[in-house]
Design a protein around this ligand. Structure first.
Ligand code: SF4
Length: 367
């Protein structure tokens, strides 16, 4: 059996951040035990082998090291399996903490993703982060001394009161911390969040300022030695997220847990956004066929390497439609993408309006 990726959704958070619409609840010990048991049961039933495992959330570190160990003990992994765990710096470091980097490293975690969002404490506070940047720095040091040197930090762009100067400080923090990977996402005000309710009172960068902040981030992160490999992702040489690359390369992955999505054997399916439903053993919901030509093109264009004609031909047994390359050449004149003999890739300006460009390219094929 060919190894695939495994995503585990851990829907527990100590509180709700004001901008977040992910599915999560406040953790209780008994519920986390039942949830861990349900994850283990499902993992064993699937009986597959994985070359990447990603604990996402929510806040997986809320589970504590022992539950994480139990889950990892059920997973058949390849020897070089990348095992990422998203963690909150506040969950580690106290004597009584149930989460400990040494323990999770022993269980097989070899990559950590931490939500820095900003290294400017005033901005962190407005994003609902309880810890200051000093605590994040200490957590990174603890992870590294436990032998986990592959560390990704999340940065948020266009947050309330952010300026280029404050963003520069956050990027410098990432570079100095020894992180090997940065994910830099533009804040979106999602319905149902606290920010959405209070949006009229927030001082947010406008659309032009947001574009400037993104382009500035691309440049500064690049200067700090990180290569952009996706719209929002940057890494040191060889430290790209192997798990997330599977999504953008339209490769297979299994998602287990409340609200987790999967793409396996050409089918997409997902679990309901309900812990109770998952613990009760309800089957995932069918989400139709996946991996179409359009989907492959859309996902590939999120990557800096872009859409490679050879990969498309290998997968679908035919050439890229000429209408698409014709449209791409038109857009190239506006500096939004680059067309070569081997493929099409978006520029940093193109990434800013990737949805419209990808939409226009797909439409050229459909018409
Ligand atoms: S941003 Fe992360 S920590 Fe905050 S509520 Fe959402 S999932 Fe939880």
């Amino acid at each position: 059996m060919k190894p695939i990726g495994l995503y585990l959704h851990i829907p527990f958070c100590a509180g709700k951040c004001p901008y977040c619409d992910f599915y999560s609840v406040i953790p209780k010990g008994e519920t986390m035990d039942l949830y861990t048991a349900a994850l283990c049961k499902k993992i064993k039933e699937e009986n597959r082998i994985y070359d990447t495992v990603y604990f996402g959330g929510g806040t997986p570190s809320q589970l504590g090291s022992e539950r994480i160990r139990k889950i990892l003990a059920c997973i058949n992994r390849t020897p070089d399996c990348e095992v990422t765990l998203e963690c909150n710096p506040s969950d580690t470091g106290t004597e009584n903490s149930a989460f400990d980097f040494e323990a999770i490293a022993k269980s097989g975690v070899n990559r950590i993703s931490m939500g820095l969002q900003s290294a400017v404490d005033r901005e962190r506070k407005s994003l609902g982060r309880k810890s200051g940047q000093a605590e994040v720095r200490r957590a990174i040091a603890r992870a590294r001394s436990a032998g986990i040197s592959n560390i990704s930090l999340d940065l948020m762009l266009s947050v309330p009161n952010q300026t280029k100067e404050s963003l520069k400080k956050s990027i410098a923090f990432c570079a100095d911390s020894g992180a090997t990977h940065i994910s830099a996402y533009i804040l979106k005000i999602e319905e149902g969040t606290f920010f959405h309710k209070t949006k009229d009172r927030l001082i947010l960068p406008d659309e032009d300022e947001t574009c400037d902040l993104y382009l500035y981030a691309v440049e500064e992160i690049g200067k700090a030695g990180f290569r952009q490999y996706e719209i929002s992702n940057f890494s040191k040489e060889g430290s790209e997220s192997r798990h997330n690359l599977k999504y953008w390369r339209c490769e297979e992955y299994l998602g287990i847990g409340a609200a987790a999505h999967s793409f396996v054997d050409g089918k997409r399916f997902y679990y309901e956004r309900s812990i109770d439903s998952f613990i009760s053993g309800n089957a995932p919901v069918d989400d139709g066929e996946g991996g179409s030509e359009e989907e492959f093109i859309m996902l590939a264009l999120r990557l800096s390497e872009g859409l490679k004609y050879g990969e498309f031909e290998k997968r679908f047994g035919k050439s890229i439609p000429t209408e698409l390359t014709k449209k791409a050449k038109e857009l190239e004149k506006h500096g939004l993408l680059t067309v070569t003999d081997s493929g099409i890739s978006l520029t940093a300006n193109g990434f800013l309006i990737s949805n419209s460009i990808i939409g226009a390219l797909i439409e050229s094929v459909e018409n």
